[in-house]
Design a protein around this ligand. Structure first.
Ligand code: BGC
Length: 743
């Protein structure tokens, strides 16, 4: 929307326009009856509707109206299945519309920078392509019902410590390539109705009051035409926020913000046109979300429960499966089901995303329903984490008498939540003790995990033959786990976040969560696997990893580059065959590495992926077209994305560490010419297509250093102005001056 006169605002006073720009209550906008402007409702959250219960007294995260609790983003991100996220989005949209909600506050596409972030369960991945593709798919689903999505938290909101005050100090290249890229993809491909500005500062400026983020990048560069809403309570200075490009401050401030805006317009500190622009965007949002989508939306919550079960099953990651201990479909033998989480599932995270689930299935009930007489249960530990020798002894007795032990472990609710970060990533000691005790009586052990952020497997991994990472998987997760354990469903989730051998290996470790109000993203682009793979550090389970009950073979990789520079297209095709005996899904991952680049880049980066469903023996060809952006880095010098000429490695595989086929492709592009100044080094000058020959010409016969290779090697890091001085001015030349003025 341009900065022009908006006739829809003609009948409104300045006070009324200002009133539109902050909430009427915690969850809705102001109405202006005489102008026919209705109030609209915005509510959480990413994996289920958290609609404030009108009967509730006061503020509460838990007292909301019942809604389907879908798997959290940590789970959905591990599905690597955009169609699934669209289906979940549609269901969320239907429940929203049925409840009269116009904007659903999600998805969260922040990067999982450190496993310690308390909100990682609400985020999709450590990788911007996974976050962006899946985030866009969810937005498309929600918005197909006429409900608007709110992509959050823009931007660099990667921790909870000091979340309302901390300044994320991130260099621009890292922001562009890692932390903004997911948002950019969602904005450009799914046209979200709203973006939520984060609490934190980015390089010193509050995200909700940050003109560079909200206006320069989001609107001018990416073409976002929706509304920017603040995170709840993120605005400190409403005038600065509107001037920066924020449209709606939430929640209500009792009229304080409107009064501040009116005063600022009256005394000339804020242009009325800025306020009009924001008010116009709110009207646009109201129009955009009013009555579109399905004419009479019906939320069939039974069907949504079925979808939630499918989503949970698609999201679980089979980390290991020695001796093919899973699936437990032998038809005979007893199964010891151990761990309180089997009976009392941990299926969602705490904070604003908390849903009052319509119903909750436990794995114990689902397993009992499927294999009743074979199931023996013992709690093994309590949810409060208290030590329980008796509970462990009971579990050991049950395990000793069974053919296999399935041990349900995970994180207690009070260690991960919105609002604070974790300080460790290991499982509670009582649970590890249980596992150790059980391993004394049986080696047939399957561990099922329930956690939002990753947990360290080092130290106990060897005690389990199989590990099934179930995540916080929503109200139907228990049934999904039973389906996976019994082989009714073949696991197909893949890690969207690396599990390091230990926390200290994480690249952000020495810079998390910062101090003195600042967190420095010192690891730069090297987030997650970009770091582990470039540094060749062993990990417990790599990014993209996940096993299946079948096997897949890759063949016939073909890579062809067409066009050049910004028009380059690299066509990749590869055949994938299900070589096992059961149907299954493979996630084909395509990584790109720039072999000869002039700047430092991660050794490989995921650029595309496809989840394919294959019957036993079936093959399919996966085809992907990579564009120039997929080959580029963000050049600070050029102020834009740059694709360099030369060889790129295209690797196709089942994880960032399980690359099955690679091809090198040569890309045509103009050489990257540095901007030359007198301060540029001699080597930079010599490498420049015009500056190099010029310097050679001027230097010939005047400065021997330029023609003697041995001396040249020694002086090439010297800035040209120093060489000119040291040459007693012999290198100074009007030709050089003219060149510098020109370029
Ligand atoms: C959270 C947002 C949420 C909002 C409304 C904030 O504290 O950061 O994610 O949407 O509250 O509940």
């Amino acid at each position: 929307m341009n900065d022009h006169h908006d006739p829809r605002l003609d009948g409104l006073t300045l006070e009324e326009k200002a009133a539109l720009l902050s909430g009427r209550s915690g969850w809705d906008t102001a109405a202006i009856d005489h102008a026919g402007i209705p109030s609209i409702v915005l509510t959480d959250g990413p994996h289920g509707l958290r609609l404030h219960n009108p009967q509730a007294s006061g503020f509460s995260f838990t007292d909301s109206l019942p809604a389907t609790c879908f798997p959290t983003a940590a789970a959905l991100g591990s599905s690597w299945d955009p169609d699934l996220l669209t289906a979940v989005g549609e269901a969320l949209g239907r429940e929203s519309r049925t409840a009269g909600v116009s904007v659903l506050l999600g998805p969260g596409v922040n990067i999982k920078r450190s496993p310690l972030c308390g909100r990682n369960f609400e985020y999709l991945s450590e990788d911007p392509v996974v976050s962006g593709v899946l985030g866009a798919a969810l937005v498309a689903g929600v918005q197909s019902t006429g409900v608007g999505a709110s992509v959050k938290h823009f931007a660099a909101n990667n921790q909870e410590t000091d979340r309302m005050t901390v300044s994320a100090e991130v260099d621009e290249r890292t922001l562009r390539e890692i932390y903004l890229a997911g948002f950019e993809r969602v904005v450009k491909t799914a046209y979200p109705a709203t973006i939520m500005a984060a609490y934190n500062k980015v390089n010193g400026v509050h995200a909700a009051q940050n003109p560079w983020l909200l206006t320069e990048i989001l609107r001018k560069e990416w073409g976002f035409d929706g509304l920017v809403v603040s995170d709840w309570g993120a605005v400190l200075d409403p005038v600065a926020a509107v001037a920066a490009g924020l449209d709606l401050e939430m929640p209500a401030t009792g009229g304080l913000s409107a009064a501040a805006l009116v005063a600022a317009v009256r005394d000339g500190r804020l242009a009325e046109s800025a306020l009009d622009l924001a008010a116009g965007r709110l009207l646009h949002l109201i129009e955009r979300t009013a009555g579109r989508g399905e004419p009479n939306p019906v939320a069939d919550v039974d069907q949504h429960h079925v979808l939630a079960r499918r989503a949970a099953a698609e999201s679980a990651v089979l980390l290991k499966n020695d001796d093919a201990i899973l699936p437990l479909n032998t038809g005979a033998g007893t199964i010891a089901v151990l761990g309180e989480f089997a009976r009392t599932p941990r299926y969602q995270g705490a904070g604003s995303s908390r849903v009052n689930a319509i119903r909750v299935d436990s794995a114990l009930d689902a397993l009992t329903e499927a294999a009743g007489d074979r199931i023996r249960f013992a709690a093994g530990f309590t949810l409060t984490g208290d030590e329980g020798e008796t509970l462990i002894a009971e579990a050991v007795a049950v395990a000793g008498a069974a053919d296999v032990a399935v041990v349900f472990l995970g994180l207690p609710e009070d260690v991960e939540s919105e609002g604070f970060d974790r300080d460790r990533i290991d499982l509670p000691e009582a649970q590890i003790k249980l596992l150790e005790a059980v391993s004394e009586v049986t080696s047939e052990i399957v561990v099922v995990l329930a956690n939002g952020g990753i947990v360290q497997t080092t130290g106990w991994d060897h005690l389990a033959k199989a590990i099934l990472e179930g995540w916080l998987n929503g109200q139907a997760g228990g049934g999904a786990i039973a389906d996976l354990l019994l082989g009714v469903v073949n696991p197909s989730g893949r890690l969207a976040e690396t599990i390091p051998l230990r926390l200290e290996h994480n690249p952000a470790h020495l810079n998390f969560p910062g101090s003195d109000g600042t967190v420095r993203y010192g690891e730069r682009l090297y987030v997650g696997y970009r770091y582990y793979d470039t540094k060749r550090i062993d990990v417990a389970y790599p990014f993209g990893h996940g096993l299946s009950y079948t096997t897949f073979a890759y063949s016939g990789l073909a890579v062809v580059a067409e066009g050049e520079g910004q028009d380059t297209v690299v066509r990749v095709s590869v055949e994938v065959t299900n070589t096992g005996t059961v149907a299954g899904k493979e996630v084909v991952q395509i990584y790109v590495g720039d072999i000869a680049c002039t700047v430092d880049r991660p050794v490989r980066e995921l650029k595309a992926f496809a989840k394919v469903d294959l019957a036993a023996g079936e093959s399919t060809v996966v085809e992907v077209a990579l564009d120039a952006r997929d080959l580029s880095y963000y050049s600070i010098a050029a102020g834009t994305w740059v694709v360099e000429p030369g060889d790129f490695e295209i690797a196709v595989g089942a994880s960032s560490r399980d690359l099955r086929l690679t091809e090198v492709v040569s890309v045509q592009a103009p050489p990257v010419a540095a901007k030359l100044t007198l301060d540029s080094s001699v080597s930079t000058w010599l490498a420049h297509p015009e500056g190099g020959p010029l310097l050679q010409r001027i230097g010939a016969g005047r400065v021997s250093a330029l023609s003697d290779p041995v001396v040249l090697r020694m002086v090439e890091e010297i800035p040209l102005n120093r060489l000119i001085a040291m040459s007693g001015g012999r290198l100074a030349s009007p030709e050089l001056d003219a060149f510098l003025t020109r370029s």
